[in-house]
Design a protein around this ligand. Structure first.
Ligand code: ARG
Length: 589
């Protein structure tokens, strides 16, 4: 379906042309003064120079052409030459009826579906997820769903950090504690034990312990480096142990991501490309792009237009070890070969921007990726506490994601329990849903690149620009629709929207019409916050309408049916939006 503002602009453009002016002057936007008009066009102001005529006169000519417009019921000139426009109710109603029937509420399908890979999550094996992992998961999941809703093929890849020094550290500590384990015995023959020699809580204790120890103890650090190297070279015992670490850690991660309603199509990791690195490096050397510098292998990626220095990209360290950049380059190569993507989007902390600038440039220079594949770095800002510093526990430690979610679940449960109609079991389910909406909306409603303050009190409030407020609105609509049907009403899906009878109703209807344009915009700009802003405005418009209208007691059956149809459409649009954002509404709260 054509976007509403485009239809309006065409209509006004035709009026400009009919009056003898350039049709392109007819661009219409939502009015900046909603108290004076619904829409406005400033084209006469722009045309004044071109036609050597007072804008007021031009606007007057155009308004005269719009007198019998099927689209506008009012086109009024205001000084010095703006056109104030109001929609005709019949036109608005018609547009909404079409929208209700259309697939995806009238959002166009792409001519050709793209293949888009989203690289998000990016947790590191053997380290517990902390609050810093929240944004990548939440934003990445929303972007994947935005891309999918648009009609493209979206592939989410978690890109586990499963290959670096942290693996060597965990292995080294295990060796110190249990030197008798067969994994460390070079003489060992046959299979290794099926059961891991540790639990997830062991791992969580071991990693920070080993990490701290390696900072104080040079020998220990060296041992960890050696173990990392042996692992990467394929030592069978260390590989077997490493598999245990991955399995135990990934099982735990899956549970955490499931609680966040975040899923991945691919559970690849840095290690997945280990085998293709040597070949890739050879090719890079042969083409002359990679060369030796002070023992290391590097690729120059600086460009003349760089305002800040972009240092060469290091591919191999002097000891021959691969680096973070190396695995990312090989991953690009693998993705190119396996999926031939049109776009790869990375949802990673914005402090890693330089790494991605280097990686993307090196990938292009070395032809690891097709020239027409877009590489996008979608960097996000930090989650801060109320003090403006990175979010911490009350004791000042790193906030574990699990703890954060649990805290908010509990707070929410207290709130939900104040509703005596909700039985205990349902209350828990509901609290989880509302808590998730609080967390996700709190994050997604900010522009991703900005830092934001994690304000639990604000995020969990049922009022204001929050997830719970949106859910509350949906639940309110559900409850009206349910009562309507319980009283013998028809199936809301079969009812038809009628012309608006109040300003509030018209505003709600106009807001609904903006869905397709908003979704397109969220897709083009990879901007979940636009969806949040839209559903907040839509919820406000709905609640204004609701407070001024006695829906269920309306005597005129056809008027009531029109309202029920409008409620149903509002609920469907809100539900679609929150689904794209990655959360859902309970039946009641
Ligand atoms: N594991 C990385 C980290 O914790 C994030 C991975 C991001 N994705 C990527 N392809 N580099 O910093």
């Amino acid at each position: 379906m054509q976007q509403l503002l485009n239809i309006l602009s065409e209509e006004v453009g035709r009026a400009f042309a009919a009056a003898g002016y350039d049709a392109s002057l007819g661009k219409v936007s939502v009015s900046g003064r909603p108290d004076l008009a619904e829409y406005q066009c400033n084209g006469a102001m722009a045309g004044a120079k071109q036609y050597h005529k007072a804008p007021f006169m031009i606007a007057g000519d155009v308004a005269a052409q719009l007198k019998d417009s099927a689209v506008f019921e009012r086109a009024e000139v205001v000084k010095p030459g703006f056109l104030n426009l109001d929609l005709r109710k019949s036109f608005l109603c018609d547009y909404l009826r079409q929208m209700k029937e259309a697939e995806k509420f009238g959002m166009e399908k792409p001519d050709k579906a793209k293949t888009v890979i989203l690289d998000y999550g990016g947790p590191n094996v053997a380290k517990p997820l902390h609050v810093g992992h929240l944004r990548s998961a939440v934003i990445g999941e929303a972007l994947k769903r935005i891309v999918r809703y648009h009609g493209d093929k979206a592939i989410g890849d978690i890109h586990l950090g499963d290959w670096g020094l942290q693996m060597g550290l965990v292995i080294t500590e295990l060796q110190h504690r249990h030197p008798e384990l067969p994994y460390f015995d070079p003489e060992h023959t046959g299979d290794y034990p099926k059961e891991p020699p540790f639990t997830v809580s062991d791992l969580e204790e071991i990693y920070p312990f080993a990490s701290a120890k390696s900072k104080e103890n040079e020998d220990y650090h060296k041992e960890a480096l050696e173990n990392t190297h042996r692992l990467q070279q394929g030592d069978p015992g260390l590989r077997a142990l490493w598999h245990h670490i991955i399995n135990v850690s990934v099982t735990d991660m899956k549970r955490n991501y499931q609680n966040l309603n975040v899923t991945f199509d691919l559970w690849n990791g840095e290690s997945s490309v280990n085998d293709i690195i040597p070949g890739m490096v050879e090719d890079m050397k042969k083409s002359g792009q990679a060369y030796e510098s002070q023992g290391a292998l590097v690729v120059d990626v600086a460009e003349e237009s760089d305002a800040k220095e972009v240092p060469p990209c290091m591919i191999l360290k002097s000891d021959g070890a691969a680096l973070y950049t190396t695995t990312d380059l090989a991953t690009i190569k693998m993705r190119q070969e396996e999926y031939d993507p049109d776009e790869i989007i990375y949802v990673v902390d914005k402090r890693q921007e330089l790494h991605f600038v280097q990686t993307f440039r090196a990938a292009r220079k070395c032809h690891l990726v097709d020239a027409d594949c877009k590489l996008v770095f979608n960097g996000f800002g930090t989650v801060n506490g109320k003090d403006g510093k990175p979010f911490k526990t009350r004791e000042g430690g790193v906030m574990r994601l699990e703890t954060l979610i649990k805290d908010i679940d509990e707070q929410m449960l207290e709130k939900i329990k104040t509703n005596p109609d909700i039985p205990e079991e349902e209350a828990e389910e509901t609290a989880k849903k509302v808590a998730l909406a609080a967390i996700k909306y709190g994050d997604l409603s900010n522009q991703a690149s900005k830092d934001y303050i994690f304000d639990t009190e604000k995020f969990t409030s049922f009022e204001g620009d929050t997830g719970p407020y949106i859910l509350y609105t949906i639940v309110r609509i559900k409850s009206i629709l349910k009562r309507y049907q319980e009283a013998g009403g028809k199936n809301p899906e079969d009812l038809t929207v009628q012309e608006p009878r109040s300003v509030a109703e018209k505003n709600l209807m106009r807001q609904l019409c903006g869905f397709n344009a908003m979704m397109e915009d969220a897709y083009e700009n990879l901007a979940p916050h636009r969806i949040c802003a839209y559903i907040y405005a839509l919820s406000n418009d709905f609640n204004s309408f609701y407070h001024g209208t006695r829906i269920l007691t309306e005597q005129d059956e056809s008027v009531k049916e029109g309202w029920i149809a409008l409620l149903y459409l509002t609920e469907s649009v809100l539900n679609t939006c929150i689904d794209v954002l990655g959360f859902s509404a309970p039946e009641r709260m």
